[in-house]
Design a protein around this ligand. Structure first.
Ligand code: NOJ
Length: 558
């Protein structure tokens, strides 16, 4: 791979740090994180060495799904602050050289959005066609599965107009009708509004679902449950809409876009991100996070299958090696804490394995999306009681499982590992009450281990996960081989080691990661330099390495 042949872009070279504002920092004691809380932590964020911040939705919302149910696209959620706070926040990030990406949630709105209130009020309301309605006189609508619905049914009967509306997610999240050009124009106008306010991009929520099969085919029994995801992502007009969005909005600004892409796989991702098609810059997939996870997040034995993980990640790298650009992530607000999911969060290994995962994310080809708190090695809270959960998905799935007479113990055990709320417990800032997140009662419990896992303790420890993250972030940002170098997987079948090379022009780096608690041996040949090591010692003799449990190294080869 030659640097001269590469089209460099700021969003390819950036590390994206994701902030879930509800759980980042509360500033007014109401127990809910807010924009002022982020403003108060701007210097911390800048100290990490990241170049982009992605904010989960901060728009007005009744919070049925924590902001993914928007009631006004042009206002700030009351709990989070005001438009003035947002402007101050944006200016604060920009002053520190950090760009800001917002969430764009346009597959659905809240049922409390004015458009939906109008739409449901009568069949001849001008907003009727902003949503998908199925008149009851046509009979029961064709089966569609809903992620969050209490009965898993994506059609909800509405008495007022004797019709059903479509909602792929919760009942309070009706799906917008992209067939309607007036709706599309409204959305493009809203996007211009935010770009003119100075934001630097959008992460597009379930954007692959916006086009529906308007002839409403029956997807058949074999496509029920989460198998429906691939059908939803095959809407016939998806690429037409995204191309139009690009033409009408995106191409007019120096911004970045990333699709949240359920239903994207290596065979279809280029339809979204091949630059010649003028749709989006990047996409993130679920193929790795789906390994070992079945319906309703019930885990199986493959959960940490390293061979499968390497295969998935390598196939994705390959798919985007000539065109488009990849993304890499472990955790976000929808997945468990990375150290619990992919590392080992037992005390002897938590720090080493979280540093190893940081090394991995920041040494792969593709823009890394790094979730807040992972830089501290925060792990899953693992709730024992359903009453502790706040996420409607877990709660509704629990009740569905109960109604079906399913195995609730198995459900609770799996959700200790897989539930979304594990990533939504507040960031642990210091060892004062509630980890310094709030002076009030937090909206969700703080992990009680905040007394020893917190940012303040780690600031003072040169070897903490936090300071390791800073070192690794600066290594990546200063090293074009780590950003653009060709990726080659070695030892594909090894069940414990993940070893790969990155090469650019004359430089060759070897990334060596021991994904196990046991010592591993490896022949690496002539080592010129050790760029990073998550342990203080290195056992290397005559080209032979002995790796300690969860040891991570980046070596420059001679
Ligand atoms: C994906 C978001 O990341 C998730 O948090 C949300 O619940 C659904 N989309 C629905 O908007």
């Amino acid at each position: 791979m030659k640097l001269a042949d590469i089209k460099r872009e700021w969003w390819k070279e950036a590390i994206v740090y994701q902030i879930y504002p509800r759980s980042f920092q509360d500033s007014n004691g109401d127990g809910i994180g807010d924009l002022r809380g982020i403003i108060n932590r701007l210097d911390y964020i800048a100290s990490l060495g990241v170049q982009v911040v992605w904010l989960n939705p901060i728009y007005s919302s009744p919070n049925d799904d924590n902001g993914y149910d928007i009631s006004d696209y042009r206002n700030i959620m009351a709990e989070f602050g005001t438009m003035e706070d947002f402007e101050e926040l944006l200016a604060g990030f920009h002053a520190r050289g950090i760009k800001v990406v917002m969430d764009l949630v346009v597959n659905h709105t809240s049922d409390e959005h004015e458009w939906f209130k109008q739409s449901r009020s009568s069949r001849d309301n001008p907003y009727r066609d902003y949503y998908h309605w199925w008149p009851a006189e046509k009979g029961t609508p064709p089966r569609r599965w809903s992620y969050f619905d209490e009965e898993a049914n994506a059609w909800r009967y509405d008495e007022q107009t004797d019709a059903y509306y479509l909602h792929y997610f919760a009942r309070k999240q009706p799906d917008l009708n992209w067939e309607n050009p007036k709706l599309r124009a409204e959305i493009y106008d809203m996007m211009h509004y935010w770009f003119k306010n100075g934001i630097d991009g959008f992460r597009m929520d379930v954007i692959t679902f916006i086009s529906k099969h308007e002839d409403w085919p029956d997807f058949g029994d074999e496509n029920q449950g989460s198998k429906m995801i691939d059908r939803y992502a095959e809407g016939p007009r998806l690429h037409e809409y995204l191309h139009e969005m690009n033409r009408e909005v995106l191409q007019h600004y120096d911004i970045m876009t990333v699709a949240e892409g359920p239903g994207t796989h290596t065979h279809n991702v280029l339809d979204l991100v091949d630059e010649d098609r003028q749709e989006l810059n990047m996409n993130y997939h679920f193929d790795h996070n789906n390994i070992g996870v079945g319906e309703r997040f019930i885990m199986n034995d493959d959960f940490q299958n390293l061979v499968k993980f390497k295969q998935v990640m390598s196939e994705w790298d390959e798919a985007l090696s000539q065109k488009g650009w990849n993304t890499v992530y472990f955790g976000n607000h929808d997945f468990p804490r990375m150290v619990t999911r992919w590392g080992n969060d037992a005390p002897p290994w938590r720090e080493a394995s979280s540093k190893l995962l940081t090394t991995y994310l920041l040494s792969m080809r593709g823009t890394p999306y790094y979730y807040m708190g992972d830089e501290l090695g925060m792990n899953n809270i693992k709730f024992d009681n359903i009453e502790d959960y706040r996420d409607l998905m877990t709660i509704n799935w629990y009740h569905l499982t109960k109604a079906e007479g399913g195995d609730l113990d198995k459900f609770m055990a799996s959700h200790k590992i897989c539930a979304r709320d594990n990533a939504r417990t507040p960031v642990q800032w210091d060892s004062t009450a509630h980890g310094g997140f709030t002076t009030g009662t937090p909206w969700i419990k703080v992990n009680p281990n905040f007394t020893n896992i917190n940012a303040a303790v780690q600031e003072d420890d040169a070897n903490s996960p936090l300071n390791f993250f800073r070192r690794m972030a600066s290594l990546r940002s200063d090293n074009l081989t780590l950003i653009y170098g060709a990726y080659e997987l070695l030892l594909a079948e090894d069940e414990n080691l993940y070893v790969f090379s990155r090469s650019l022009d004359d430089e060759k780096l070897l990334v060596v990661l021991n994904f196990s608690c046991d010592e591993q041996n490896l022949h690496v040949g002539n080592v010129k330099d050790v760029l990073i090591n998550n342990y203080s010692d290195l056992m290397l003799s005559e080209g032979y390495l002995t790796l300690q449990g969860w040891q991570a190294l980046i070596l420059k080869l001679a």
